[in-house]
Design a protein around this ligand. Structure first.
Ligand code: EPU
Length: 415
């Protein structure tokens, strides 16, 4: 099985382009199920999770094709309405076919996604909201069986902000009879991207980008063409890589506004940036302060940056208190960072990081996607060699991270 080997090296220097957003591409690919014909999505990253989505779409009678970073999905009516366990267990986002299948065919069978390393991740809010649009569910043999004669608009108020829940309901409501209002909707840039593509297909979604989305159901949608937004989490991870080595790294093809909560925290710590609409450069800084962060839904500090930010904070002067408020078990990287000699005390959902700390290379294990990135970042600064195993987590969500880092001067390779 592949391993990533990182050695402490030079300060990173140069330019690197962000790829398209994984968490935008996945719902966009599932949204194609809503309209027969040829959909063209540009800037789709080359990742394992995208391959899994293609497999699932193919089982649902779609043809999928890749031309570099363009994905072409040709959709035709499907007799198959089931997302089976073998795919769902590999990728939880498979649940995003529930809304489109119910909207298109009034029927969907989706294997219940289990918990994952970062938390139990229930889907109760997806199901409750779809019930309000008229769907009925039954759990049989580990699968959710959903059925509805015709979805009808309704007023949904989410108990807690849910990205996937908002996406599923959007994709169901666009073809429902009448108007749906989603209150306490997620406002992530990926939700905005999905709304934009749905509207290009002929949907009528207004208040896009706000926490109250209004959807006027339409009879049918037509396929269209769209360019996926840049991956804000990848862009921020590359920026932290520059910062942790005291380097000078410019990330291009990104939207700095999408990850302002991260850069604001880094500014508070003492970093400086040169920013344009589509690029951001972190300037070399030899010393920075510890700052506290609490993860929150967008526009707050993204949980998907928490692990990478923790690696950065091991090199800050003083303590930083990191609070994870979204997922109940997203501190699996703490024990691995401690193997590298980081001084971190975790307690429930809070971790106290005391820096700066002389990290020392060691063999460590990736536990989830963002934890893998965190360990690579720490490895860039740890004395000697850090070997990260279970990198299949990394391949689910970062396109060629080790190559991008090596091009910036990092001593990193895949074994
Ligand atoms: N939740 C419920 N019930 C639900 C849905 C969510 O209790 O029905 C809870 C979750 O357990 C969690 C919180 O609500 O505690 C937020 O979950 P959300 O539904 O927003 O997360 P998601 O849609 O499953 C997406 C991203 C994650 C990212 C989160 C939060 C995709 C494919 N995944 O997950 O990305 O961390 O939003 O921003 O978009 C990653 O890329 O590494 C990743 C994990």
């Amino acid at each position: 099985m592949d391993k990533i080997v990182v050695q402490k090296g030079a300060k990173l220097d140069g330019e690197v382009a962000a790829s398209g957003a994984k968490n935008s591409s996945l719902p966009l690919l599932f949204s194609t199920l809503l309209a027969d014909g040829e959909h063209k999505l540009h800037n789709v990253p080359i990742l394992k999770d995208i391959d899994s989505t293609f497999r699932l779409l193919e089982l649902l009678n779609c043809k999928t094709q890749r031309e570099g970073h363009t994905a072409i999905v040709t959709v035709s009516e499907s007799k198959q309405r089931e997302a089976e366990y073998d795919i769902v267990r590999k990728m939880r986002a498979s649940i995003l076919c529930l809304g489109p299948l119910l909207a298109r065919y009034g029927e969907a069978v989706v294997s219940l996604p289990g918990g994952c390393a970062i938390g139990t991740r229930p889907i109760n809010q997806h199901l409750d909201a779809l019930k309000q649009l008229g769907a009925e569910f039954e759990i049989k043999g580990g699968n959710v069986h959903g059925r509805v004669k015709k979805l009808t608009g309704g007023n949904i108020v989410f108990d807690g902000v849910t990205v996937g829940g908002t996406e599923n309901i959007l994709m169901a409501a666009v073809l429902a009879d009448g108007e749906t209002v989603i209150e306490n909707a997620a406002k992530e840039p990926e939700i905005v991207d999905l709304c934009e593509y749905l509207n290009k297909m002929g949907a009528k979604i207004s208040n896009v980008g706000s926490s109250v989305l209004k959807i006027e159901g339409v009879k049918s949608l037509s396929p269209s063409e769209h360019t996926v937004i840049p991956d804000r989490i990848e862009a921020g991870t590359l920026l932290i890589a520059g910062a942790i080595t005291g380097g000078d790294v410019k990330v291009t093809h990104c939207v700095p506004k999408h990850f302002e909560a991260l850069t604001n925290k880094m500014r508070e710590a003492g970093f400086e940036f040169v920013e344009s609409e589509n690029s951001i450069r972190v300037l070399p800084t030899s010393s920075f302060q510890g700052v506290d962060v609490t993860t929150a839904p967008h526009p707050g500090f993204a949980t998907d940056f928490q692990a990478q930010f923790m690696a950065l904070m091991t090199q800050a002067k003083g303590s930083s208190i990191i609070t994870e408020s979204i997922f109940e078990n997203r501190f699996m990287h703490v024990q691995e960072l401690r193997r590298l000699n980081a001084d971190i005390t975790p307690k429930s959902r809070v971790a106290i990081v005391r820096g700066p700390c002389a990290l020392q290379g060691a063999p460590v294990m990736a536990t989830d996607l963002r934890a893998s990135a965190s360990l690579i970042l720490a490895g860039l600064f740890a004395d000697g060699e850090t070997t990260i195993s279970r990198v299949y987590h990394l391949d689910r969500g970062y396109e060629k991270l080790e190559e991008k880092l090596a091009n910036l001067g990092a001593n990193v390779r895949r074994d």
